[in-house]
Design a protein around this ligand. Structure first.
Ligand code: FMN
Length: 252
């Protein structure tokens, strides 16, 4: 009896060690399972890849490194201090004349000008140089009208349901509504799409880092280019709305 009672602490110690080993094993198994079912979080990429659509999540591939990539020469003009001040003032004055107006001129514009403006927007910096944008120029009156219908339909939902009372109230002083006649009037519509991901030559997905901010910067450069060209002659407005590509394709 004395022999058994002296062994009790040993039994307890052995049982504790066994429980510990079993728990550790179970945790290890669960951990392995979690790693398998849930890919590691990459907030700096994943947040930007969300586009509101529910396309299947596909595996992305490493792009590899192309050693023969062409070298783009860099040249920089140097200006005197006085010249820098003058140029910065002039550029500020020019861009400060930009206004968002809702009545546009239908005066024709050479197509080459539009192409050059888009080329200028395409000089924008982009995350990992992925250039995640598509610019689509629409001139056909029927297609412009269909686009107007889609935008107005979406915008009416924004005003009446989606965006809420505070948004509608904040917009009151701008006196805007969902009717967008200028989408018929403007000689061109430039539709700008962000590419949430690209495709490699082998068909696999290519990650487009910071695609939203890259496209936004390109839009800013596009507006500046339009302002330089159309100053005081034409009115420019970018109507920015999330009309999902799938929805638009189905309608246009
Ligand atoms: C992201 C964004 C979305 C906008 N959406 C609209 C819009 O849907 N309708 C509209 O009439 N103006 C829209 N605007 C234009 C703003 O109302 C305008 O920039 C602002 O009132 C300042 O006026 P300004 O552009 O003449 O300086 C938008 C501007 C931005 C940057």
């Amino acid at each position: 009896m004395v022999f058994f009672s002296s062994l009790t602490p040993v039994f307890i110690a052995i049982i504790c060690v066994l429980i510990g080993v079993i728990l550790k094993k179970n945790n290890g198994e669960r951990g392995k399972h979690e790693i398998k079912s849930k890919p590691p979080s990459r907030p700096w990429v994943d947040e930007d890849l969300k586009d509101g659509s529910d396309h299947q999540v596909e595996e992305e591939e490493w792009q590899g490194f192309d050693e023969n990539i062409a070298h783009v020469p860099f040249t920089a003009e140097r200006y005197s201090e006085a010249e820098m001040i003058k140029r910065s003032q002039e550029f500020y004055k020019l861009l400060n004349k930009r206004r968002s107006v809702r009545f546009l001129s239908d005066e024709p514009v050479p197509r080459e000008v539009i192409d050059n403006v888009i080329r200028t927007a395409g000089t924008s910096p982009s995350g990992a140089h992925t250039e995640p944008w598509t610019f689509v120029v629409v001139q056909d009156p029927e297609i412009k009208h269909k686009i107007r219908e889609i935008v107005e339909e979406e915008e009416e939902i924004n005003y009446k349901k989606r965006m809420g009372d505070r948004w509608v109230n904040d917009l009151k002083r701008l006196r805007t509504n969902w009717i967008k006649e200028y989408l018929d009037t403007a000689p061109y519509l430039i539709l700008i799409f962000k590419q949430v991901y690209g495709r490699l030559p082998n068909g696999k997905r290519k990650t487009h880092y910071y695609n939203e901010i890259s496209v936004s910067i390109a839009c800013g450069i596009l507006l500046a280019a339009l302002q330089v060209l159309f100053l005081l002659k034409y009115s420019i407005l970018i109507t920015m709305r999330h009309v999902s590509a799938g929805y638009a394709q189905g309608h246009v």
